[in-house]
Design a protein around this ligand. Sequence first.
Ligand code: NAD
Length: 317
Amino acid sequence: MSTTDATQTADNAIGFIGLGNMGGPMAKRLVEAGYSVTVFDLVPEAVERVVADGAKPAASARECVEGADVVLTSLPRPDHVQALMSGNGSGDSGLLSSLEPGTVWVDLTTNRKELVAELAASAPEGVTVVESPVTGAVDGARTGNLTLFIGGDDADLDRVTPILDHLGKVIRCGPLGTGNVVKLVTNQLWFVAAAALGEGFAVGMANGVELPTLWDAILNSVGDSFVARHDAPSIFAGHYDPSFSLDLCLKDLGLLAELGENVSAELPMTTAAHGAFAAAAERYGADVGELHVAKRIEDDAGLSMRMDGDWVPHWEK
Ligand code: NAD
């Protein structure tokens, strides 16, 4: 662990665990920002990619956090975080217990707020926890244009913000838990809009309008949105965006359903979006891209939403 003031951020040694679609490019950006970044993933190729960019490989999660001032995790689901940080229930102690006093653990995973709180409460003396789920997709992770929803104690947020600034815009949400609530609300709105995209195209096409005309009209009307611009091209290109799986969509929708239980009202749009993504996963499997929610409508309606265009996949931008 470095002996300098942790706020002198480039002096912070970083341990980064989980180098998938989001974690890989985020770790690369921190290397490029001048940090010493040690990385670990269960998939050796994921480690090799980031090591080629200048990170140091670790042979295990435990080795990855040795000497780290700040530990970052970007894992798929809460159960992955729980297994890694608090142990697998079969005798292995979790990583959290091995962190040295003075270490901050920043969880970039979209996670269950109760789990984050539980883990924070069980952290060793002097180890603190910040949540920082992100939005902005793989292109945002590559280009440093994510939005990060941070929650935790002010002093810890002050300490890690200069590091997270290299990844995008940091929004302070409040105490631990609020970051994941805010992140999930932004996804709630995305799920509803994304599920509606294919429906809009289907209604237009089934009633005699060409897809290019619909697209032009959407871009120049109240139908325009970030979701339309960022995600409809994945439908037109026919890859349906494999960089965010239906499995992760359903994880977030499940977490949203839990948060919705605290609202004393029906949430029909959110419930309908959940149903639409679940139906797509049932039809095509959970490992496929998120916009299969639109493919299901194409297939059921006998329509093709392929359209010629310069649809550079966002993760290659
Ligand atoms: P991913 O599946 O592409 O990557 C997760 C990585 O974690 C994998 O490489 C996996 O091997 C690794 N991993 C799992 N358990 C591990 C362990 N115990 N030790 C080491 N490595 C382990 O997932 P992703 O798309 O990068 O998403 C990460 C998080 O970010 C998720 O919570 C997701 O909901 C969220 N998120 C994703 C996107 C996106 O567009 N993909 C956008 C915003 C937020």
